[in-house]
Ligand binder design. Structure first.
Ligand SMILES: Nc1nc2c(ncn2[C@@H]2O[C@H](COP(=O)(O)OP(=O)(O)O)[C@@H](O)[C@H]2O)c(=O)[nH]1
Ligand SMILES: [Mg+2]
Length: 432
């Protein structure tokens, strides 16, 4: 089935279509979706065994049957999908047969933050499919597992009955990110002191963080359903408020950024795995780790920095490239070289458009002599001094000492000494 057909089915909450599309996302396919915020995205985090899955079960059962509910669990031991062998697993799996409930367990692939690219990209799809609630279960095990804050409108942190020391340990990481702290397993005796501890913690944090930060502390028992109605009421109220204050789109921005970052991580990881030759050269000490990292990103030196084209009318030329769907930046004027410049951005290099500032400039004379066309090509080198020395040793003529350009230091190799090619050498100034 075509992606477009699947998408229109997903729009009607066809769970099979949603499942297929998420599998495509997991294969790295980017779906043509533009997101409009509509779902309350609720992150549920807490240490393993704190009762997250059980609470989700209780929540989903109590949410109205006319609401579309999606659950994404990044918990490898999720009882919803058969990952664990606990007694109530069968009962919990029954949720998946409800037509309004879609549950998906996803691999974390060892990524930081518990979330991976596919999980984040799936939010776009689920929102497009009209989910009213999207619940994400992440295993909050430490400081780095907090990416969920970039996608969730509301974060629930579950704190099970713990000793004082254990609570101290929790505070260092996930205790910072909660919107609502839930004392889980509140059917047990030990939960009372946790409640008091959390209230005290929230008071202290509020003093530090100011009034903007007003987390709540509630008691719940997923197992017996205590406090779940109250939690739903609080969640719905909060969502209405976030929506009316325009906060949903702020989360969308941080979500896009996270999705981008996670996709890049995955590409990078794959590239590292594939780069047998590079890794050998690093291991042997042939290539420094830093240079190899640049090479991995397609920035092995020297690289083609740009191809420069002399044009009579810069704006007209730029317009043609824009019409080809390319991004054009500039113009900037470089008096010392007598040109006005725009850059056309390509994958890993650029086309530089040069318009002469006046009839006496070298570019004007070039156009007069040879017409419009390729004027020079530019190589980026990582050590200009060293490269110039190699050029001199090779008998090539440099046009002069390096000068400061817009992006770094540059010099040229004269075309008479290099088969008619004017070769610019540039060393970019990189932020260190
Ligand atoms: N007494 C009690 N036990 C609970 C409650 N919620 C979960 N549990 C138990 O705690 C264990 C871990 O629960 P689970 O929901 O899988 O935790 P998760 O790892 O955070 O998802 C299971 O044995 C549950 O039966 C609760 O509200 N009260
Ligand atoms: Mg769980």
């Amino acid at each position: 089935m075509e992606v477009s057909e699947l998408l229109s089915r997903a729009r009607n909450w066809d769970k099979q279509a949603i499942a297929k599309l998420i599998s495509l996302i997991e294969d790295g396919v980017e779906l043509p979706i533009s997101v409009e915020r509509r779902s309350h995205i609720i992150g549920i985090t807490g240490p393993p065994g704190s009762g997250k899955s059980t609470l989700i079960y209780a929540l989903v059962r109590k949410l109205p049957a006319n609401k579309r509910i999606a659950v994404i669990t990044l918990d490898p031991s999720s009882p919803f999908t058969g990952g664990s062998f606990m007694g109530n697993r069968i009962r919990m799996q029954e949720l998946t047969t409800k037509p309004n409930v879609y549950i998906r367990s996803m691999a974390t692939r060892g990524n930081r933050g518990g979330l991976n690219y596919a999980a984040v990209a799936s939010l776009d799809l689920l929102e497009y499919a009209g989910a009213d609630y999207i619940i994400i279960e992440t295993v909050g095990a430490g400081q780095t597992d907090t990416d969920v804050k970039y996608v969730a409108d509301t974060i629930l942190v579950l704190v099970p009955p713990l000793s004082g020391d254990e609570i101290q340990a929790l505070k260092s990481g996930i205790m910072e990110i909660g919107d609502i702290y839930l004392v889980s397993k509140s059917d047990t005796q030990a939960s009372e002191s946790v409640y008091n501890d959390l209230m005290a913690m929230v008071d202290i944090m509020r003093e530090i963080k100011g009034d903007e930060w007003k987390p709540m502390v509630l008691r719940v028992s997923g197992l017996y359903g205590y406090g779940v109605d109250e939690l739903i009421r609080v969640l719905d109220e909060r969502f209405a408020e976030l929506r009316s204050r325009g906060k949903l789109n702020e989360t969308l921005k941080t979500r896009r950024l996270l999705e981008w970052r996670l996709y890049a991580y995955e590409l990078l990881n794959k590239a590292i795995e594939r780069s047998k030759e590079l890794s050998e050269r690093v291991a042997n000490g042939e290539l420094t780790p830093a240079k190899a990292a640049l090479a991995l990103l397609g920035n092995e030196m020297p690289r083609l920095d740009h191809v420069a084209v002399a044009v009579k009318n810069l704006d007209e030329a730029a317009e043609k490239f824009r019409k080809l769907g390319l991004r054009v930046s500039g113009p900037i004027t470089i008096e010392s070289q007598g040109v006005r410049v725009m850059m056309v951005h390509l994958g890993n290099t650029r086309i530089e458009l040069l318009e002469p500032l006046g009839p006496e400039t070298t570019v004007a004379k070039f156009i007069e002599r040879r017409g419009e066309g390729i004027h020079h090509i530019a190589l980026e080198v990582d050590d200009l001094g060293k490269f110039m020395e190699m050029a001199r040793n090779a008998g090539l003529t440099l046009t002069g000492e390096p000068t400061r350009g817009a992006e770094g230091v540059v010099t040229f190799i004269h075309p008479k000494s290099l088969n008619g090619m004017l070769l610019e050498l540039v060393e970019h100034v990189r932020e260190s």
